[in-house]
Design a protein around this ligand. Sequence first.
Ligand code: BJW
Length: 253
Amino acid sequence: MSGTTRWPDGFSEAARRCRRCVVLTGAGISAESGLVTFRGMQGLWEDFNPLDYATPEAFERDPAKVWNWYQWRRDKLPLVEPNPGHLAIAELEGLFPEFLLVTQNVDGLHQRAGSRRLVELHGNIGRNKCSLCSALTQAGPATGEVPPRCGCGGLLRPDVVWFGEALPQEAMASAWEASRAADLFFSVGTSGLVQPAASLPVAAKQNGAYLVEVNPEPTPLAQMSDLALAEPAGQAMPAVAWEVRRLRNGKLL
Ligand code: BJW
């Protein structure tokens, strides 16, 4: 969709009337910043088995291997920037009376793009968590011991959610509440395969939201979406923000 393309009437109506907007993002939103996604060709899971890197059992078996993998991913973050997709989502936040960005990403790029009303479902790679006392600390530069230890003696791990672990309770509760109440819901750059995040757009749709999916590849969600934009997020989301701004003409209500 570009600024000159005709948007479906259903979208225009939903965007004009919307009071509560939710955007769910996944790794695809950061692809155009140069961060690889998890699934699909050239995804992280092509080269790294998630069972060896993204489970508590993997960390117990070989903490140094898991720590080094996350350190390798952390080291890339200062080298990348938010892209037009992140920036457009940050702009959407100011165009609706109520707005929540629910991200599965751990890369912090939404915050760097200016998003403030957001919850992180899978944690943040910029923090560490003690595997013994659960104390949280900012991740610092590499030190001698791998992984480093907390003051209590426990091994530090990245503060991210691995398979089989519960999602942060407060973030998940906010995400459910906002999704069920949403009248406009965008699912952007996620394969929709990982639960419970994948159920949020379904809950929104079942509760009457107009559902928009943005993903260049087909996903299970496309079938139930009111509008499926098969485009990269860095192209689609600026066009969405442009159209929403035009339709709402600066009005929040
Ligand atoms: C673009 C693009 C562009 C590319 N523009 N788009 C019910 C049924 C079956 C299984 C389960 C179930 N409930 C729970 C489970 C188990 C499991 C699960 O879902 N497994 C399935 C995979 C089968 N879920 C869990 O274990 C979760 N925990 C849980 O449910 O706990 C219950 C519990 C309760 C109480 C006590 C104890 C437990 C935890 C899930 C944690 C996921 N963690 C990861 C790693 C995070 C840390 C890290 O970064 O390393 O999170 S896995 C990985 O997948 C990461 C992502 O956030 C997540 C989702 O992936 P995402 O973002 O969708 O990325 P991709 O790569 O899949 O897709 C990218 C998309 O972008 C593609 O579609 C592209 O086409 C698209 N794209 N370029 C727009 N330019």
